[in-house]
Design a protein around this ligand. Structure first.
Ligand code: SF4
Length: 267
C-alpha cells in the first residue's frame, strides 16, 4: 500500500512515469524503431521563436500540446515583463481554453483549430445547412422547420480545469418525421448541444487566419519555428537528453537554445 501511495505521489496528474527518470512520462515518439508505436519516457518540449531565434522554452509532463500553452505564455510574461502581440501556432493548440486565454490577454491568436484546413476545402455549395439559429428567441429551427427550444445548459470540465459551457436545444416532436433516420439517431426528440463560445472563437480564428497578415504568418510559421527544431535535432544531432529530471533537462534545453541563438547571431 505504501509503495502504491508513493507511486501516486510521483504520478501527480500524469498516468505514467519512468522508473529510471520519475520526472519523465511515457509518450508516443516520432522515432519508432520497433514500428509498434511503443511509448517511451520523455518530456514535451515547447519552444517559441521569433525570426528563428528561440525566445522561450518550457518542458511539460503531458504529451498534449494544447495544455502547454497557458504556462508557456505565463513564462514568456515573466521573462520579458510583457506579452507578445500575436501568437502563431498549429492546430494542436487550437482549443477553446487557449483561444479564451489569448483573447483575455489581448493577444491575437493566429492559431488553427482541428479541421480548419478541411473546412477551407469544403465545397460550400454541397454543405447542407440543417439548422438555423434565431438569436432573438434563442432557439434553432431544424430542416423540417421545427423549433428546437432551449432546455438548459451543462458544463464540461477539461483536464486543465477549464469549464466549457454547452447549451442544449431540443426538438418538440421527431416521431413521424421523414428525416428521422438520417437526422436523429437518438431515442427521443433530437437534442443539440452547442458550445457557442467555441463557435465564436473558431470564427474569430478563421477571420484572423484568412486575413492578409494571417496568410503571411501561416506561411512564416513553417520557416520560423520548424527549422529551429531541424537544426537542433538533425544538424546538431540532439536526439535525447543526457540528464534526468525536468529541472536538469530544462537546463540542457536552455544551453541548446543559447548555443543556437549565439551561432545564428554570429552568422
Ligand atoms: S428528426 Fe426531428 S430534428 Fe430532425 S428534421 Fe425531423 S423533426 Fe427536425
Amino acid at each position: 500500500m505504501k509503495r502504491y501511495q508513493d507511486h501516486e505521489k510521483i504520478l501527480g496528474e500524469r498516468n505514467s512515469f519512468s522508473k529510471t527518470d520519475p520526472g519523465a512520462t511515457f509518450m508516443r515518439m516520432k522515432e519508432d524503431y520497433m514500428k509498434n508505436g511503443q511509448l517511451k519516457p520523455g518530456y514535451n518540449v515547447q519552444i517559441s521563436t521569433n525570426n528563428q531565434y528561440i525566445v522561450n522554452y518550457s518542458h511539460h509532463p503531458n504529451p498534449t500540446d494544447y495544455k502547454t500553452l497557458p504556462s508557456h505564455i505565463d513564462q514568456f510574461n515573466k521573462l520579458y515583463n510583457g506579452l507578445p502581440q500575436a501568437v502563431v501556432a498549429d492546430a494542436g493548440y487550437g482549443s477553446e481554453e487557449n483561444y479564451t486565454l489569448l483573447e483575455k490577454l489581448g493577444i491575437d491568436a493566429y492559431v488553427k483549430y482541428n479541421y480548419f484546413d478541411k473546412d477551407q476545402h469544403k465545397d460550400k455549395s454541397k454543405i447542407l445547412i440543417d439548422l438555423y439559429y434565431n438569436a432573438e428567441q434563442d432557439c434553432y429551427y431544424c430542416q423540417m422547420g421545427q423549433k428546437m427550444k432551449y432546455i438548459g445548459t451543462h458544463i464540461r470540465e477539461t483536464d486543465n480545469g477549464f469549464l466549457a459551457q454547452y447549451k442544449n436545444y431540443q426538438a418538440i416532436r421527431c416521431d413521424g418525421c421523414p428525416l428521422r433516420g438520417s437526422c436523429n439517431k437518438q431515442k427521443g426528440n433530437r437534442i443539440l448541444a452547442v458550445n457557442q463560445n467555441l463557435a465564436k472563437c473558431k470564427s474569430k480564428a478563421t477571420e484572423l487566419l484568412k486575413s492578409e497578415k494571417g496568410i503571411y504568418y501561416r506561411s512564416k510559421r513553417g520557416v520560423d519555428v520548424e527549422p529551429v527544431f531541424g537544426n537542433i535535432k538533425y544538424n546538431k544531432g540532439f536526439r535525447r537528453f543526457l540528464l534526468k529530471g525536468i529541472d536538469k533537462t530544462e537546463i540542457e534545453t536552455g544551453l541548446l537554445a543559447l548555443a543556437h541563438n549565439l551561432a545564428k547571431r554570429a552568422k
